[in-house]
Design a protein around this ligand. Structure first.
Ligand SMILES: Nc1ncnc2c1ncn2[C@@H]1O[C@H](COP(=O)(O)OP(=O)(O)OP(=O)(O)O)[C@@H](O)[C@H]1O
Ligand SMILES: [Mg+2]
Length: 399
């Protein structure tokens, strides 16, 4: 097993997650899935593992990452290209048909485009996208369509077109629900959408929740402690490093929320520091400290960015302030102290509204992997799940 920290892992480098693979695969037979979760928790790796599973069952698979798409034309092109590369493994009519679709994409006109060229009859992007899907429904086998970073694409539509972006998001989601999913039901298409930012605030703010609520929303749990220990053991064996059970337990405890990425990162740091003949134990603290060093801490910035992408500014500001209160201690802050901070920052609201606002945000922070809640002696506390993230957040707020 290779120690890979950053790019999606496949084959022998993919560890565990048997439960998730089994339940997702089961679900995909009859439902479409929306897999949301923080960056780097293994969404793409798991989705690709599901694609392998699908191919083993005789399905075709299509993968398109739409993070860089800033408009619908780019989305359709990504989809058509993905179908083309899948069709490339076969030959003939399907490949020719998708070539025809790609030629039509240039004729799509979008709000903000320079004047229409009358000689080129304009095309609606929906027509091309639906024709692309029709190519897939004509196949005799089932197809898994995996669209990665869908929420980023939708947020791009809003960000790049302040005037009509909201309308375009609605139109896209309508097409997705009516034409891409409802109209193809029973014709062998199965959708797996994933993303690192939430869609709920976007669809709720714009009254479009109905467009996604028939997708089954799923998250990815961290490894259990046993899985994390077994994973580290496998890595240690592969690199012939003398990592004892005790060392592994300390490492897992120091990370707090054993998502494989952070285990891989810490292991990578240990490998960089270890010298032949040395024990590994004394290196663990430094390996964890390295994660949050300035310059090495890119992996934490996106936890803050994500709040700003998926929430309006006042909510993002409140979330950041509450996280700052909770970051001071590993066991976090009491909900009473956190609510007092929320009240301070929402002086214009009545107490009931302040309470509802606080509860809604607390639940989002729990769901999105920032916090866990604990209760001792009747005191409820919110604490960071990922201990290096807490320390990064704290360092950033310390002079
Ligand atoms: N099943 C796994 N076994 C081993 N390592 C894993 C596994 N899943 C994820 N990882 C680790 O997490 C890293 C990120 O995985 P992946 O790219 O799949 O996550 P992601 O959630 O898609 O990230 P992003 O939000 O950045 O797209 C990998 O490079 C690897 O270090
Ligand atoms: Mg990914």
């Amino acid at each position: 097993m290779q120690n890979i920290a950053g790019t999606p892992v496949e084959g022998d480098d993919f560890f565990g997650r048997e439960g998730a693979i089994h339940s997702f695969w089961d679900l995909l037979g009859n439902h479409d899935i929306l897999l949301l979760g923080p960056r780097r928790i293994g969404k793409t790796s798991l989705s690709r593992r599901l694609m392998v599973e699908a191919r083993q069952h005789g399905w075709s698979t299509i993968e398109a990452n739409v993070a860089s798409c800033t408009d619908e034309r780019a989305f359709v092109e990504k989809l058509a290209q993905a179908i083309k590369s899948e069709a490339g493994s076969r030959v003939g009519a399907a490949l020719e048909a998708v070539g025809g679709l790609l030629n039509r994409i240039d004729r799509v006109r979008l709000p903000g485009d320079a004047g229409f060229d009358l000689s080129a009859k304009p095309e609606a992007w929906e027509a091309i996208a639906s024709d692309a899907l029709a190519l897939l429904t004509r196949q005799s086998n089932e197809t898994l369509i995996y669209i990665d970073e869908l929420p980023i694409f939708l947020f791009n539509l809003l960000r790049f077109d302040v005037k009509t972006g909201k309308e375009r998001v609605r139109r896209f989601l309508d097409w997705f629900r009516n034409d891409a999913r409802d109209a193809t039901r029973g014709k062998g298409l199965h959708w797996l959408m994933s993303g690192s930012v939430g869609l709920d605030t976007l669809v709720q703010t714009h009254g479009m929740a109905d467009a996604i609520n028939t997708l089954r929303q799923r998250a990815l749990d961290p490894f259990s402690d046993e899985e994390a220990l077994a994973f580290l053991e496998r890595l240690a064996e592969s690199y012939k490093l003398p990592v004892s059970l005790d060392d592994r337990k300390r490492l897992v405890a120091a990370i707090g929320w054993p998502q494989p990425y952070y285990l891989q990162l810490a292991f990578q740091n240990i490998r960089a520091m270890w010298r032949e003949g040395q024990p590994v134990g004394p290196l663990i603290d430094d390996a964890i400290n390295c994660l949050i060093e300035p310059g090495e801490d890119n992996d934490f910035h996106h936890w803050e960015e994500r709040l700003r992408i998926q929430h309006e500014q006042s909510v993002a500001d409140l979330a950041i302030a509450l996280l700052t209160v909770a970051c001071r201690k590993p066991d976090g802050a009491s909900t009473t102290a956190l609510f007092a901070e929320a009240q301070r920052l929402l002086p214009d609201l009545g107490e009931e509204q302040q309470k509802q606002r606080f509860i809604a945000l607390r639940d989002v922070l729990i769901r999105d992997g920032y916090w866990a809640i604990s209760e001792t002696d009747g005191t409820r506390r919110c604490h960071f799940r990922l201990e290096p993230l807490r320390r990064w957040w704290s360092r950033r707020n310390t002079l």
